[in-house]
Design a protein around this ligand. Structure first.
Ligand code: GRF
Length: 194
């Protein structure tokens, strides 16, 4: 039976799109059953175009952040996911969310963690003048961009790179790396160490 995957996004959703493609080609033994976003974004339209169920949960529509956290956790849990993939989701996940999906929630981040965690990883790597950066897929834990690293890919930085050009090349690697990690997780080849 195909593994059930829920993807969390906030933006263009190119990683989600790559993952859907990999699932539909049979490269990943899973199916993206829902895409959840915290705002209107291009990725939601793309998911709807794939006939995938979409959910939008804007924090401002809730009376408190705690309520939003609880609804997010419950909505995602209702899809009975084998895997929860945060791919460009620009919100910090509450401890209650992390606990609910421990060992089956992963995040993709555009740097070689632990270097350049945070929301401006590509810009920060460029500003630091490093020669290479990359992308990391890791288990989600209580700290941002912090959990056990599953896999990384390196990307060289060119002298004339801009944030846009560098991020595009990083995303090209992410689009291969993320489906590969999802495949390995769903096949039980990778597990959160205890
Ligand atoms: C990716 O680079 C991911 O690593 C980061 O946000 C970006 C999302 O891009 N967390 P997209 O929405 O998948 O195109």
């Amino acid at each position: 039976m195909a593994g059930r995957i829920v993807v969390l996004i906030s933006g263009t959703g190119s990683n989600m799109e790559a993952l859907v493609g990999a699932c539909r080609r049979g490269d990943v033994p899973g199916e993206v059953v829902a895409v959840v976003a915290d705002r209107d974004c291009m990725g939601l339209d793309i998911a709807a175009g794939f006939d995938i169920e979409t959910v939008k949960l804007e924090p401002n529509d809730f009376s408190s952040r705690d309520e939003w956290n609880a609804v997010l956790r419950d909505k995602v849990a209702a899809f009975e996911p084998d895997l929860v993939v945060s791919a460009g989701f620009m919100r910090i996940l509450a401890p209650s969310f992390v606990d609910a999906f421990e060992g089956r929630a992963i995040n993709v981040h555009p740097s070689l963690l632990p270097a350049f965690s945070g929301a401006h990883a590509v810009r920060d790597a460029l500003a630091a003048g490093v020669k290479e950066t990359g992308t990391t897929v890791h288990f989600i834990d209580y700290d941002v961009d912090h959990g056990t690293i599953i896999a990384q890919e390196r990307v060289e930085i060119a002298a004339d790179d801009t944030v846009g050009s560098l991020h595009e090349r990083i995303k090209e690697r992410e689009h291969e790396l993320l489906p590969r990690v999802c495949r390995d997780l769903l096949q039980g080849k990778v597990r959160l160490p205890r």
